[in-house]
Design a protein around this ligand. Structure first.
Ligand code: CA
Length: 510
């Protein structure tokens, strides 16, 4: 990566020697007539994060960033001019049936030092990073009652159990009024099942149902009809409902309060990575630094999930060569095809992504966004592929298929069993999850300055030459261990802000 340091001089970032575009680094952009030390002169004003043409690009010629084609020139783009979105024609997506498998497998060299963290060991061998009472719901009808009960539990009971971090209602909008036997209904159902068994809940199960819903509560309790389930239709009035829920919670809080943190190897950790509110710096600063941290985690024996199908689709030709074997390669293709068909059914295509904010941030199209997105996955082999909401089953780098929507991806990664999510953002979003910490990494110095009490790590200093990708990568790695150990809290957890669960339900609502 070429860059020039010192914030006051005109600065652009070129990611690969073959690139004929680079992005403007300076805050506020650069004016017409500005000259770079290499001699390039801007022939028009270009905003920060947007692309400048490094040479004349002829009509129909390839527009290159990250050494990859991100589009074709609509008409002549002059050297020193702004490569605006309208000038970039979208290339056709990679053909899924002729991709190479396992041709780029890097050796996973274990880290020399052994790393550990302090986690809560569960009886089934899994580990938690928080100590939470999770109250599952089998249908949305019970949400209001449960919210009332949880408020009461937090105020009146929780202070008596100092080792328990919080009480959480797993409210969602599924369970009835849905085509429960539709083939794709397995996605929301297994998501709820797996959320209920999250390792941060310490093996305690508590399910609140209504009594007549399609998603019968026993499905969430391994088929057992026991005192882990309470149905509101069995209770005599509201006051009794609340009393019964509080009593159930108290029994479980007593047991959870006995949990203690102990030293656990990093191989017990499952970390999710995601980006949201991306900009042109995402793929230059925060995502490469996170990719470096991903490699460190995998080399330390941990499991890392990367997701967001619509942001992987246009770079899939760079991922199938990293599939550890043909089976994993075919699973990657299967998930891409499923999503292509899902989008077709809704009569949309991948141009629905990026968002307007992404475009204002300088991202021309989904191809450019994808190239900057997949660097989060690091460089090592992909050992497994999960369908949406499936539980993690292998250690190492795993592709967990999810939509790119921050909340849906977050919910599905939680169902897969992540203990922590690292979230890179360029435009800025206060997104957080209640079940596991979300560590936020900003792509630009200006976002970190503006949101100093929401952003946990600033990768913007990579663009200005104040830190290297490796340095920020290690910073992310060390913060993951500290936050997982409970010795450090993310900003969003300090404020206690959380987004609701958002299920992915591709099947019909009736
Ligand atoms: Ca996202």
């Amino acid at each position: 990566m070429e860059h020039e340091s010192n914030a006051d001089i005109p600065l652009f970032l070129k990611m690969n020697a073959q690139d004929n575009t680079a992005i403007i680094v300076n805050t506020g952009g650069l004016k017409q007539g500005v000259q770079f030390s290499c001699g390039l002169t801007l022939i028009q004003r270009i905003p920060q994060g947007h692309k400048v043409a490094l040479s004349d690009i002829q009509p129909g010629e390839e527009i290159i960033r990250y050494g990859e084609v991100i589009g074709y020139a609509e008409k002549l783009i002059q050297k020193g001019s702004w490569v605006k979105e309208a000038l970039v024609n979208l290339p056709t997506p990679p053909e899924l049936d002729s991709l190479p498998f396992s041709t780029n497998l890097k050796e996973v060299r274990p880290l020399e030092e052994t790393y550990t963290f302090l986690g809560y060991r569960n009886s089934d061998g899994t580990v938690g990073t928080k100590n939470l009472l999770g109250i599952t719901t089998s249908v949305q009808c019970v949400a209001g009652v449960l919210e009332y009960a949880v408020k009461k539990i937090r105020q009146e009971l929780l202070p008596q159990f100092p080792n328990v971090d919080d009480v959480i209602a797993l409210n969602h909008n599924y369970g009835c009024g849905v085509a429960i036997n539709a083939p794709d209904a397995e996605i929301p159902i297994r998501t709820i099942e797996n959320l209920a068994k999250h390792p941060n809940f310490g093996g305690e199960v508590m399910i609140i149902g209504l009594g007549c819903e399609k998603l019968v509560p026993t499905r969430l309790n391994d088929g057992n009809d026991d005192d882990n389930i309470l149905s509101l239709q069995d209770e005599d009035g509201f006051v009794q409902m609340i009393a019964s829920i509080v009593k159930m919670a108290e029994q479980r809080l007593n047991r959870l309060n006995e949990r203690q943190r102990e030293v656990c190897p990093v191989s017990d950790l499952v970390v999710g990575v995601q980006c949201g509110g991306s900009d042109a710096f995402s793929g230059v600063t925060a995502n490469p630094a996170l990719g470096y941290a991903t490699d460190l985690l995998v080399r330390a024996g941990a499991t890392v999930l990367f997701s967001e199908v619509t942001e992987v689709r246009d770079a899939i030709h760079l991922l199938t060569p990293r599939a550890v074997n043909e089976e994993v390669g075919k699973s990657l293709i299967r998930e891409m095809k499923w999503y292509d068909e899902y989008l077709n059914r809704g009569q949309v295509d991948r141009s629905a992504n990026p968002s307007p904010g992404n475009k204002r941030g300088g991202l021309s199209n989904v191809v450019e966004k994808s190239l900057g997105s997949i660097v989060k996955s690091g460089t090592l082999p992909i050992v497994d592929v999960l369908s949406p909401g499936e539980k993690v089953r292998k250690k190492g780098l795993v592709f967990a298929a999810t939509p790119a929507s921050d909340f849906v991806c977050g919910t599905l990664q939680l169902a897969s069993g992540i203990h922590l999510q690292v979230f890179t953002t360029g435009r800025g979003t206060p997104y957080n999850l209640s079940m596991a910490p979300v560590l936020k990494v900003s792509t630009r110095n200006t976002l970190q300055e503006q949101w100093h009490d929401l952003i946990d790590i600033n990768a913007g200093k990579i663009a200005t030459g104040e830190a290297s990708i490796e340095e920020v990568g290690y910073e992310i790695f060390n913060d993951i261990l500290e936050v997982s150990s409970g010795s450090k809290q993310t900003w969003a957890d300090q404020w206690g802000i959380h987004n609701d669960l958002a299920l992915f339900n591709p099947s019909p609502v009736t």
